[in-house]
Write a protein that binds this ligand. Sequence first.
Ligand SMILES: Nc1ncnc2c1ncn2[C@@H]1O[C@H](COP(=O)(O)OP(=O)(O)O)[C@@H](O)[C@H]1O
Ligand SMILES: [Mg+2]
Length: 241
Amino acid sequence: MLEVDGLTKVFGGLRAVDDCSFEVAENSVTALIGPNGSGKTTLFNMVTGYLRPDAGRVRFQRRDVTGLDSGRLYRAGLSRTFQQARVFPQLTVVENLVAAGGYSWRQLLTTARVARADRERAGRLLEEFRLEPVADLAAAELSYGQRKLLEFAAVLMSDPALVLLDEPTAGVNPVMIETMERHIRERHAAGTTFLVVEHDMPFVMRLCDPVIVLDQGHRIVTGTPAEVQAHPDVLDAYLGS
Ligand SMILES: Nc1ncnc2c1ncn2[C@@H]1O[C@H](COP(=O)(O)OP(=O)(O)O)[C@@H](O)[C@H]1O
Ligand SMILES: [Mg+2]
C-alpha cells in the first residue's frame, strides 16, 4: 500500500528524519512509535504532502507520489488526521464533513450545489460515528474528543485506501479511546489500511501489527507487538541510553 524509501528531512542542522525506509502492507494496521522528537510527525508530513522531503521517495499503491500536494493525495485515497485535531470551528459538524469532500465556501452556502452522493455520504458518516445529535452544532462547541472523532469521520469522506492517524487517542477520555478503537477496527474490517502514530502502548499492542519503531529519525526495529516490546534497542531508545 505504501513504500517509504530513504526519506530524509533536515531542519537547520537537525536530521529530523534520516534515511528512513519502511512499508505498510495492504489492509494492515501498522503502528509507528518512538520517543518524543523521533520524527514521527515529520515523516507523516512528508508522506501526506505537507512537507517536501530533502531526499527519498514515497510510493502509494505502487505509484511514485513524492512531492505531490496533500489535496491530490487526499483525492487519490491517502488521507490523514493531525496530532492537534484540525476541523473548521465555525462550520457545523455536517458542514465539516461536506467541506472535507472538497467544496468551496460558496457551494457550501448553497447546499443545493453539493452533490447528492456527498450529502448521503456525510449522512452515513454522521450515523456511523453517532454524530447525528450534534450534526448542526458548530465544531467549536464539541469536546476535544468529539472533534477528533469528527476529524476522523471527515477524512473518510474521500473513501481513502490508506489513513494515517497522528495520535488518535491523545488528550481524549477512556470512553472516547474505546470509541476510536472500535471505529478503526470496523473500518479495517471493511478494507481500509491504517498507519497509526500513538503513545498509548496498550492501545498499540491491542490494535496494531506490525509495529515500526523510530529513534532520532531512524527506523530501528520492525516487528510484532510482542517482538518490539521485548527488543533491547527499543528499551534503550525509550530510556535514552
Ligand atoms: N518545522 C520544524 N522546524 C524545525 N524543527 C522541527 C520542525 N518540525 C519538527 N522539528 C524537530 O524535528 C524533530 C522531530 O519532530 P517530530 O517529527 O514532531 O517528532 P515526533 O512527532 O516523533 O514527536 C524534533 O526534534 C523537532 O523539534
Ligand atoms: Mg508528533
